[in-house]
Design a binder for this molecule. Structure first.
Ligand SMILES: [Zn+2]
Length: 328
């Protein structure tokens, strides 16, 4: 995969007449993409509240600068502790910046290994702060994002949880594009902890380069699968790497002819009406689920791989639970 794929619309200096000729591919035709952030208020080690506040401010300022109407999915377990009020204030900041919020389970449980009743109880506990916070602003919390994208190992587990979601006014928030940001973010946080800004910069550059390749793959895979270009939904995490990279990230997405819309708007694409009936242990994104339904392959052999130096944890890395930061 390469980023050198020509873009028809990115060149400057086209005349008005040429712009008209290009109209079928004008930016109005660009595919919609919804940008979603998981593990709010802050993905990864939370650290001092001041760090979380800075991360949130940088991320939200970038989203506003880039006109990205994002949604953040909250793990309310993060709000516990002596700084509860300040952490809740970070969620209020998201809403006050014009973003919206959703439920990501109270404690980020794996549905694959959690009994259904306990999983439902965790989802119910996950809305206690966020839902009233949104209601106070005239908003309704109506999206649920499964941690690790795990949707249930049996038809019974899946349908029982989905019945709970429906009864509580939730819609599942699918994912159709991801860029392994959590892997790069782990290395980035380690570099910052070592006070190594040069290495952090190198990691951020590798992250953006990888994102370009991943975006190209997901767009091509979706086109191949559906025979047209659907609205896409990108999974990111609320981490320092994204807070520092948001402008460059927006440029990468725009370069690939994507335009930012809300999650609600992306879901009006008919692709999201394709049945997802997968049951099993895997936390797959929705192109994989649609491929199962449609009995069509995805071009896995060309999926870009995260570079080894990013994927392999350093021996000196601060201890963190890698399994807790899997995609989703
Ligand atoms: Zn998550």
């Amino acid at each position: 995969m390469t980023m050198a794929r020509p873009t028809r619309y990115g060149r400057r200096g086209v005349t008005a007449a040429a712009a008209l000729l290009l109209a079928p591919g004008s930016p109005a035709r660009a595919e919609p993409i919804a940008v979603t952030f998981d593990d709010l208020p802050v993905a990864g080690p939370s650290g001092p509240i001041g760090n979380s506040r800075t991360l949130t401010q940088h991320l939200l300022a970038g989203l506003r600068r880039q006109h990205i109407p994002a949604i953040g999915f909250v793990n309310e377990v993060q709000l516990e502790g002596p700084e509860r009020a300040q952490r809740i204030a970070l969620l209020a900041d998201w809403l006050d910046a014009g973003m919206t919020l959703g439920n990501h389970g109270y404690s980020h449980l794996s549905f694959t290994v959690t009994p259904t009743e306990a999983y439902i109880a965790d989802a119910a506990r996950g809305e206690r702060v966020t839902r009233p916070l949104m209601a106070a602003r005239g908003l309704i919390e109506h999206f649920y994002r499964h941690p690790y994208l795990e949707t249930g190992t049996t038809v019974d587990a899946r349908s029982r949880f989905e019945a709970w979601l429906a009864a509580h006014g939730y819609r599942v928030a699918p994912v159709t594009m991801e860029n392994s940001d959590w892997r790069f973010a782990a290395r980035y946080d380690e570099a910052l902890a070592r006070h190594d800004p040069a290495e952090a910069k190198r990691i951020a550059a590798a992250y953006l380069s990888f994102t370009g390749r991943a975006v190209a793959w997901y767009r091509a895979a979706a086109l191949d699968l559906l025979g047209r270009r659907p609205a896409l939904i990108l999974l990111l995490h609320a981490n320092r790497l994204n807070a520092a990279s948001i402008d460059a990230l927006a440029r990468v997405l725009r370069h690939h002819q994507l335009r930012f819309v809300t999650l609600d708007a992306a879901l009006t694409d008919p692709a999201y009406a394709i049945a997802d009936t997968y049951t099993g242990p895997n936390g797959d994104q929705w192109l994989t689920r649609w491929a199962l339904t449609l009995r069509r392959p995805l071009p896995w052999s060309t999926l870009p791989a995260v570079p080894d130096w990013i994927a392999a944890p350093r021996r000196s890395a601060p201890q963190r639970d890698q399994t807790a930061h899997r995609s989703g």
